[in-house]
Ligand binder design. Structure first.
Ligand SMILES: *[C@@H]1O[C@H](CO)[C@@H](O)[C@H](O)[C@H]1NC(C)=O
Ligand SMILES: *[C@@H]1O[C@H](CO)[C@@H](O)[C@H](O)[C@H]1NC(C)=O
Ligand SMILES: *[C@@H]1O[C@H](CO)[C@@H](O)[C@H](O)[C@H]1NC(C)=O
Ligand SMILES: *[C@@H]1O[C@H](CO)[C@@H](O)[C@H](O)[C@H]1NC(C)=O
Ligand SMILES: *[C@@H]1O[C@H](CO)[C@@H](O)[C@H](O)[C@H]1NC(C)=O
Ligand SMILES: *[C@@H]1O[C@H](CO)[C@@H](O)[C@H](O)[C@H]1NC(C)=O
Ligand SMILES: *[C@@H]1O[C@H](CO)[C@@H](O)[C@H](O)[C@H]1NC(C)=O
Ligand SMILES: *[C@@H]1O[C@H](CO)[C@@H](O)[C@H](O)[C@H]1NC(C)=O
Ligand SMILES: *[C@@H]1O[C@H](CO)[C@@H](O)[C@H](O)[C@H]1NC(C)=O
Ligand SMILES: *[C@@H]1O[C@H](CO)[C@@H](O)[C@H](O)[C@H]1NC(C)=O
Ligand SMILES: *[C@@H]1O[C@H](CO)[C@@H](O)[C@H](O)[C@H]1NC(C)=O
Length: 391
């Protein structure tokens, strides 16, 4: 019995490197009542998926056990400007679960934050943050019951600080001359709130602003070179994934997202090829970041990225509604809204794809979850063929 030892060595090394979990498309939940053209953020809590849908002026509620839509929480503002639905003055937009209160906070037009009781799916309070344009994205510090929400589309963008207990706005922090604001995040390791600022005169490529809630100031700002950041999320302590927007590609001529160490502000990973990102999320159980790179043109993808900054998988999505991504912390299941399909669920499976190095991003051509490189099964097949041929 003879076989080519070089191929066997390749197979052995590759099997070990390939022994990681990747995603394959599972169920799709059809749109109801109508196919949206404008959705925003999503999240998964207790096996239930929530998606902001401006076209249907409501939040979709999907039971991930039965994989069916169980409710649409309505009452949001749908406003048209020159014949098109305008996200800047409509809702629902950003959303966040307050797990200790069983509440969902959702941003709406005219600066309204709607508080929803998750046991009844009813709006139990409306909090006015005082803007003409929308309230948008959220961060929450459970230890102090403090919520930060962005008012990104005002002439001078600002964030509102809300007390979860009294459901009142306690202060505002202004961002003079910022173009807009993106995702805020709370870092429990340093007890700090951060805000993703796409661009301002000091840092045209964007910055991560650190808030000081004692005196309602921006205490410092870490520049993000040539990024124009959108979504941000924490992974392991102090590791902030920063999704760079499509403006990065337009203004700076390349595509990359970053991981920043929030104890120093130093960028420790450069994820080449991943841009045009909006919402990002993280799962401690998989150790992966998920970036909705829906304007990573010409190929919109969901990028699955390891904590070490290597791209694990690129899943084909769309350039309309797929700027939203949510992960189930318990199962690792991922959900992405795709306009022509519905809410698409992706399931984890073991060891079918190869991880890429930091090289250029190979793109899937169709379908979901195509591995980035040749997979283990193909290599086993090659080995068997070689083994048989050696007789
Ligand atoms: C792959 O990882 C699993 C645990 O995550 C382990 O049980 C299995 O032996 C590994 N397979 C290989 C070929 O290393
Ligand atoms: C989802 O459906 C399952 C199966 O019917 C049920 O046990 C569970 O309570 C449902 N979840 C919610 C939040 O209603
Ligand atoms: C709406 O259309 C008018 C006339 O074309 C234009 O002046 C205005 O800037 C448009 N408004 C927006 C928000 O695009
Ligand atoms: C979510 O799960 C926790 C823990 O099981 C439970 O205490 C809580 O009531 C659940 N909340 C909702 C809205 O289902
Ligand atoms: C919240 O505001 C809506 C109108 O936008 C109103 O119909 C509803 O009654 C309000 N809910 C509460 C709890 O105040
Ligand atoms: C904001 O820009 C205006 C001019 O557009 C300038 O007068 C003002 O000083 C700037 N403010 C800050 C804080 O940079
Ligand atoms: C805000 O408080 C911090 C200390 O927490 C201090 O370093 C900073 O100078 C204060 N900023 C202003 C504008 O007072
Ligand atoms: C990230 O990598 C790209 C090349 O893909 C490079 O052009 C860019 O300068 C890098 N950015 C940073 C901040 O390291
Ligand atoms: C990065 O993580 C992936 C899986 O999460 C692993 O396959 C790969 O070997 C790691 N790369 C490095 C350089 O540690
Ligand atoms: C979005 O994708 C469609 C094809 O699905 C394409 O026709 C359209 O030009 C794309 N839009 C942008 C902004 O790239
Ligand atoms: C992957 O393999 C590990 C160890 O064999 C197992 O615990 C885990 O449940 C598997 N995950 C999936 C998604 O099949």
């Amino acid at each position: 019995m003879k076989y080519q030892s070089s191929l066997l060595l390749f197979l052995t090394a590759s099997s070990l490197a390939n022994n990681i979990t990747t995603y394959r498309v599972g169920n799709t939940i059809p749109w109801s009542p109508k196919t949206p053209g404008s959705v925003d953020q999503s999240t998964i809590y207790n096996g239930t998926y929530y998606l902001s849908d401006r076209t249907n002026a409501g939040v979709h509620v999907v039971n991930l056990t039965t994989k069916t839509q169980t409710a649409l929480i309505t009452g949001f503002a749908t406003n048209f400007v020159n014949g098109s639905l305008s996200p800047d003055v409509s809702g629902p937009n950003g959303l966040i679960v307050l797990p200790d209160r069983n509440e969902l906070y959702v941003g709406d037009g005219h600066g309204t934050v709607r508080v929803i009781n998750l046991r009844t799916n009813r709006v139990v309070a409306n909090i006015s943050t005082g803007s003409k344009t929308r309230a948008d994205e959220f961060a929450y510090d459970m230890t102090t019951g403090t919520i930060v929400v962005t008012n990104p589309n005002e002439e001078t963008p600002y964030v509102s600080v809300i007390n979860a207990q009294s459901r009142t706005v306690t202060s505002k922090i202004m961002f003079p001359n910022a173009t807009e604001l993106e995702q805020p995040v709370f870092n429990p390791a340093r007890k700090e709130f951060y805000v993703s600022v796409p661009s301002n005169p000091t840092n045209p490529g964007g910055e991560i602003a650190v808030l000081d809630l004692h005196n309602n100031t921006i205490s410092k700002a870490f520049p993000v070179p040539q990024c124009v950041p959108a979504g941000i999320v924490l992974g392991s302590p102090n590791a902030l994934f920063i999704g760079c927007s499509e403006t990065q590609i337009e203004e700076f001529g390349y595509a990359a997202s970053f991981i920043m160490d929030m104890s120093t502000g130093i960028i420790k990973s450069n994820i080449s090829g991943v841009a045009g990102v909006d919402q990002v999320t993280y799962s401690a159980s998989t150790g992966y970041f998920y970036a909705s790179a829906y304007l990573d043109l010409p190929n919109p993808i969901l990028a699955v990225i390891s904590s070490n900054g290597s791209l694990v998988q690129a899943i084909t999505t769309d350039n309309v509604t797929a700027h939203s991504v949510a992960v189930d912390q318990a199962s690792g299941l991922v959900a992405v809204p795709i306009q022509k399909k519905g809410i698409v669920l992706y399931n984890l499976e073991n060891g079918t794809a190869a991880a890429t190095s930091s090289g250029p991003l190979a793109r899937p051509t169709s379908g979901a979850g195509r591995p980035l490189a040749v997979n283990g099964a193909v290599l086993v097949g090659l080995l068997i063929v070689t083994w048989v041929m050696s007789f």
